[in-house]
Write a protein that binds this ligand. Structure first.
Ligand code: ZN
Length: 284
């Protein structure tokens, strides 16, 4: 199983998961469809399905154009607001595309219909992959736009955190440097955070992605997965894991530089799911 990482827009990722024997491919959040189709053609692939993590325009905006180009293409997702959705999936539903297996993991909070996709290949020793959209990022987690800290806690611990530790994590955005700077504020003595931050800066200098990470690594530096660590509890002044998470996310929200904050109207538009088309607005 090969995963092609494609950087798009300002800091989004779309992915192509390729079954190398059959040359069939599944796209995840293909928000720049013509670029995706160029790659599909150049690599001699046949695109069989689109997996959409959530309805936000910077993840789902390419679906209609892809379906137009490839009639019959299936578009999977967990939210009726997803553009060109053909198959609404539910929690733990399994899909099969040749030798690729997909388990849909319902992770509501960033949006109320957010799905992550856990993918593995039959007869292949490669570690599995999870496409975590805007739920789990490298060293961070998504904003709670349509959900609660309780839901995100469940997403991070019971749903994603309990996957095999070697699982590769492919997230929806390149936010690693900012997330790691925040992680360092939370745990100033965490050597792994320091190491990852200098590595992420070097990757940025080379214009290379920091994805994928692995779950086992995330548990070492991602404060949102380290809720029972003494340093994280001290930073938040809480001990209950849900409360630690709630405070962490709130602190992360205000960690964004003022110029990067969305105006109130844009926040409302996001919550109402109106951000489905340009004009371009800052990312969430
Ligand atoms: Zn989003």
């Amino acid at each position: 199983m090969k995963v092609k990482v494609i950087s798009i827009l300002e800091d989004n990722y779309m992915y192509l998961v390729i079954d190398e024997q059959s040359r069939e491919a599944v796209a995840v959040d293909p928000a720049v469809p013509h670029r995706l189709l160029e790659i599909v053609k150049r690599e001699g692939l046949s695109l069989t399905a689109v997996l959409t993590t959530h309805h936000h325009w910077d993840h789902a905006r390419g679906n209609a154009a892809l379906v137009k180009e490839l009639p019959g293409l299936r578009v999977y997702g967990g939210d009726d607001r997803i553009e060109a959705l053909t198959d609404k999936v539910t929690d733990r539903q399994e899909l099969k595309f040749h030798s690729l297996n997909v388990r849909c993991l319902f992770t509501p909070c960033h949006t109320s219909g957010h799905m992550c996709y856990f993918v593995w290949e039959d007869g292949c020793d490669d570690p599995p992959a999870v496409f975590s959209g805007d739920t789990l990022f490298l060293a961070g987690c998504g904003r709670f736009l349509e959900g609660t800290a309780e839901q995100m806690h469940r997403n991070l611990t019971e749903v994603l955190g309990s996957l095999p530790q070697e699982t590769k994590v492919f997230c929806g955005h390149e936010y690693s440097i900012k997330n790691l700077k925040f992680a360092l504020k939370v745990e100033p003595d965490n050597e792994k955070v320091k190491e990852m931050l200098s590595w992420a800066r070097a990757r940025d200098d080379d214009d290379k992605p920091t994805v994928p990470s692995t779950l086992v690594d995330e548990f070492q530096y991602n404060p949102f997965l380290r809720l029972s660590e003494e340093g994280v509890q001290k930073f938040t002044g809480k001990t209950d894991p849900v409360e630690v998470l709630r405070v962490l996310r709130k602190e992360r929200d205000s960690f964004r530089k003022p110029k990067e904050r969305l105006p109130p109207q844009a926040m409302l538009a996001l919550q109402w799911g109106l951000l489905s088309a340009p004009p371009r607005l800052p990312k969430v």
